[in-house]
Design a protein around this ligand. Structure first.
Ligand code: BMX
Ligand code: ZN
Length: 290
């Protein structure tokens, strides 16, 4: 059964028809970062109208999902009203009640069912993107948590003396290694405004300063994967997201992992659904809930 899947990220919103791992009619546009949930609803409803088919609608989104309501843990990643009733508002706008799940949790499920997590019943997925998120599967079950907070590894402290995160904590991993952080740290180090994608091209061109910024971020990610292993003891971890999938980033994470004691090291691999992990995952969840 084809599912109309939507992935709301901090930077872009992707839509596609998903059947198993096959993704068609893929379309994406910039996330309206106005702070108003209704602007997200209007943009999604409009995009859905242009899409063929009328299968069930499933939405993966950045932010915490609690009983159909969306709250940003870090409002810098997605500005939106606290507890925005996204399921109800979308249902009204599109005429069908969508499934709503956190993006990293959905992607973890997709990779577990169809991708890099196949064959292990304890598995995690981490996305390094605008923000940093993770989803955890324990004994074959997706951890969502009481309030949708489970897996929010971007908000585990990487440096207690670090800068204040949008979530209110100090020195979260997300302030040190996300795409947003890389743009800030790269701009500071290079003395000119630069985005995360450009930072990667400058680094690939041999710029030592850019390489150091990226390598440091990868070390923080590797340490947090060590923390994740200590907490959940998963067998394997898949890395995704724009930064996670950027050329060379996984290799730097693997290098840094070698510095950790063996007990905290896990098999770390590339997310197989690549940038579509959230779409594939939320569609899989929708199919299994019918
Ligand atoms: C943030 C948080 C997570 C999300 C992660 C990755 C918000 C709005 N989002 O830590 O819920 O999973 O970013 O999100 O607080 P992305 O937008 O980078 O894909
Ligand atoms: Zn935080």
């Amino acid at each position: 059964l084809p599912v109309r899947a939507i992935d709301i990220g901090g930077t872009k919103i992707a839509l596609a028809t998903v059947e198993g791992t096959s993704v068609s009619n893929r379309h994406q546009f910039a996330t309206p970062r106005t702070g108003r949930g209704m602007d997200l609803v209007a943009a999604i409803a409009d995009a859905l109208r242009r899409m063929p088919g009328d299968g069930p609608v499933a939405v993966a989104t950045t932010g915490m999902v609690d009983e159909g309501r969306l709250t940003a843990l870090n409002p810098n990643t997605l500005p939106i009203e606290n507890g925005f009733p996204l399921v109800d508002m979308l249902a009204e706008a599109i005429g069908t009640v969508p499934l709503l799940v956190n993006d990293a949790q959905a992607a973890a499920w997709g990779e577990y069912r169809y991708g890099a997590g196949c064959g292990c019943s304890n598995f995690a997925f981490m996305t390094v993107s605008t923000g940093i998120g993770a989803g955890i599967v324990v004994n074959g079950e997706l951890l969502v948590g009481r309030r949708g907070l489970a897996g929010h590894l971007g908000h585990v402290v990487a440096d207690p003396n670090g800068r204040r995160c949008g979530c209110g904590r100090q020195g979260c991993l997300e302030t040190m290694a996300s795409g947003t952080a890389l743009a800030r740290l790269g701009s500071d180090a290079l003395g000119e405004a630069i985005g995360a994608p450009e930072l990667f091209s400058v680094a690939a061109g041999g710029n030592g300063i850019a390489n150091t910024v990226i390598r440091t971020a990868a070390r923080h990610v590797a340490n947090s994967l060590g923390d994740l292993s200590a907490v959940c003891d998963v067998e394997r971890i898949a890395l995704g997201g724009g930064v996670g999938l950027a050329p060379g980033f996984l290799e730097l994470v693997l290098d840094a992992l070698k510095e950790l004691p063996q007990t905290f090291r896990r098999d770390v691999v590339r997310a197989e659904a690549g940038p579509d992990a959230g779409l594939v995952g939320v569609a899989a969840l929708a199919r299994q809930m019918r």
